[in-house]
Design a protein. Structure first.
Length: 462
């Protein structure tokens, strides 16, 4: 196993930590109803949990915890590699990452440690791809998702060792290096803390997912779940008091996409009128399936013609075309982003892709806990400096992974809403968490209570 690069510094820093032990395991859950992603339905999830022990130069010790779904359907979609093999590749990679992380004995801030380990994680992904003889190599995004729970556990341990929330640790008091080390000389003297809130926003509106396979009305229900939870859109709106809806669209059937949005808007309008609610918003997610930018522009114009009020409620559009920006420079977004903000999601794997997206006309970026706490803290600063619209999005995160995601949304200054759809598709994975953190896991008025996401570590006390 190759050695990770040492963390070069002017001198030792007393706040730095060293990784002592790392362990990981997996928990499997079935969804109560399937989620349709990129034209394919998924009905289960594997959650990776990571425990990490760290120590300081003075001998203090702490343990951290990280958790994240191994979202292979999203991070490693493939027509050549089976779903079972993409999941197996993530499991094998996670075991490699556990060993690599445990064997790294340099001291540093969590962002330093992640920065030093990234190249080894990517090399391990190449090795697993060769050993499994995968028809497609493990993508960088998939490697980031696999490594994210390890990164979270280190940030969690760092905060607990110092007795503070991790969002107190992203400034010069704890970081040896400013952002010029990670993002270039133009960021000299800047730190993530300048664009973060030390104390979380007290409450945030919740974005509810309207999946492409979800029942909108009773006539759509093929087989009732009958578990006491809502089964139609209007039932969910009344159950949670929703005012923010994220609508999954197909991307290769313009007629279906328009009809789906018009129908969602009709049902929502009828329901909100009965509730006495006058304002609500939508985000649209094509999961990169639009064949070209003209498809999106035509779609938006058609929606505006058929439901002007519904069009006005669209807050932003997420990742309409292919994630590989370098190979698809023709998918410039200027024509669409003049109509509505257009946000990258799958494309965002490094700062190069973030800046390239800006050049190509994207006006926003989706932060996601599954891409790594360290990278997201840097990406948030760069995106803010670029004056990009920011949102924090979900990976059907339950339990501790939702705590991390919600905490990110509550601490990144300009993020206005939070996604949390495990409550819809995988509520069994949230059992036990509702009593500990009812404001996060039980939504009553369309808002999530995030005021208490300020305990030592990465979010609340886990």
């Amino acid at each position: 196993m190759a050695a990770a690069p040492a963390i070069l510094r002017a001198g030792p820093r007393s706040t730095d930590i060293r990784i002592e032990e790392v362990s990981t395991d997996y928990v499997y859950y079935r969804y109560r109803v399937p989620i349709k992603f990129g034209g394919v339905e998924s009905d289960n999830a594997t959650i990776q949990n990571v425990d990490c022990a760290v120590s300081s130069r003075s001998g203090k010790a702490a343990k951290g915890f990280g958790s994240m779904p191994l979202g292979n359907a999203w991070s490693f979609p493939s027509r050549q590699v089976s779903h079972a093999d993409t999941l197996e590749s993530m499991k094998r990679l996670s075991q490699r990452i556990a060993k690599i992380t445990a064997n790294y004995k340099e001291y540093g801030h969590p962002i330093d440690l992640n920065y030093a380990l990234q190249s080894l994680y990517l090399k391990a992904a190449e090795e697993v791809s060769r050993e499994m003889r995968l028809a497609e190599p493990i993508p960088k995004l998939c490697t980031e998702v696999t490594a994210s729970a390890f990164d979270a556990a280190i940030h969690d341990a760092f905060g607990k060792l110092h007795g503070v929330n991790c969002y107190y640790t992203y400034g010069p008091e704890f970081m040896t290096y400013d952002l010029s080390r990670y993002a270039g000389p133009e960021y000299k003297g800047e730190y993530p803390s300048q664009y973060l809130l030390k104390e979380p926003k007290p409450r945030m509106p919740l974005y509810h997912l309207v999946g492409a396979a979800d029942a909108l009305e009773d006539s759509d229900i093929k087989q009732p779940v009958a578990d006491g939870l809502p089964e139609t859109l209007s039932e969910w709106i009344n159950f949670n008091g929703l005012t923010h809806l994220k609508i999954k669209l197909d991307g290769d059937d313009a007629k279906w996409d328009v009809e789906r949005l018009v129908r969602v808007d009709r049902i929502t309008t009828e329901t909100q009128k009965k509730r006495g609610v006058k304002e609500w918003v939508y985000s649209l997610d094509f999961n990169e399936r639009c064949p070209n930018i003209q498809y999106l522009v035509d779609f938006l114009h058609t929606v505006k013609a058929q439901t002007p009020d519904g069009f006005e409620r669209i807050q932003y559009v997420e990742q309409p075309t292919a994630r590989d920006l370098k190979s698809h420079r023709e998918n410039a977004m200027q024509a669409a982003s003049r109509i509505k903000p257009v946000v990258i999601d799958e494309s965002l794997t490094d700062l190069e892709s973030l800046l390239l997206s800006r050049q190509m006309g994207y006006t926003g970026a989706a932060l996601k806990a599954c891409k790594g706490q360290s990278f997201m803290m840097i990406a948030a600063l760069v995106a803010e400096k670029q004056k990009m619209f920011l949102c924090v999005q979900d990976l059907t995160c339950p339990g501790a992974s939702l705590i991390q995601s919600a905490s990110m949304a509550a601490h990144v200054r300009d993020v206005m809403a939070i996604e949390a759809n495990a409550r819809q598709y995988m509520p069994i994975a949230n059992q036990g968490w509702e009593k500990r953190f009812p404001g996060v896991f039980i939504i009553k008025d369309g808002y999530m209570d995030t005021a208490h996401l300020n305990g030592p570590g990465i979010g609340a006390v886990l």
